[in-house]
Write a protein that binds this ligand. Sequence first.
Ligand code: C5P
Length: 312
Amino acid sequence: MTSYLAPAPQPSVRVRAPGKVNLSLRVGPVQEDGYHPLVTIFQAVALYEEVTATQVPVGAGVSLTVDGPQAEQVPLDETNLAWRAAEALARFAGVEPDVALHVTKGVPVAGGMAGGSADAAAALVACDALWDTGLPRTDLAGIAAELGSDVPFALLGHTAVGTGRGHLLTPAMTRGEFHWVFAVREDGLSTPAVFRRFDQLSLGEEHDVALAEETPLMHALRAGDPHALGAALHNDLEPAALSLRPELERTLALAREGGALGAVVSGSGPTVAALARSRQHALAIAATWTAEGAADTVWCTTAPAHGARQFS
Ligand code: C5P
């Protein structure tokens, strides 16, 4: 009789990081470095990217596989933010970047919900655990900011005020749970292209971005008042996204006709976010969008949600 000993599985770490919606996004004129100064209120939503980091032999380098909705749209090479995150962490910590990364998508691709940024945040936390580099969160946040403006928020989660490029964060106080529904398009929008259209439309000129404008929104969050929050939703990039995708006007209008407490383009779009009274109400708005062909897919969820966190 032969006995068979299965090889021991390689150690691996799994991390989830959330997508986001900008409750408010105020954008100033483009700076010399090509970026726009922002004042934004981020809220993490309970749609998660999952990154599994698995140990590989020394010298194997980074590899990447992806599954889940729209996975075929995601690059599998060193341009992927998760891959870049692993390499950036290895450089910072002085270790070899040897890891097999697997991403399971749970956030729309190129939808204005920072799915790629969530991959980067999750990859940072996963590799930090796998390689036992044990960096403090402040170091991870510094590496995150180099990778992209939204990556630090995907690490932090919950609700936060973002300034600078969106990477300087202050947690915001909130109460209760909010119900969101998202109208997602297969055909995403490029964030730089939306910012370029914003510049072409001169939307940032003579426009100072200031946190003072967010007082009603911050009150709504502290009170846990979804009606007041819905009324305060705002996105300076919305006219630019609408000019590139005029059909989004109808998606917004359908949500409002369906009694949404507020409806707004999420970040640089083309995802449209609608705030609902309840899960039932979110499902009703989703059904209207689907029936009217106003979205390729509809995603219902709650917020706020936690930041990048290991779960096995
Ligand atoms: O920081 P990140 O790589 O995510 O930004 C992608 C692009 O979005 C930038 O290259 C820039 O064109 C635009 N952007 C901007 N101002 C910001 C954030 C992003 O113009 N505050």
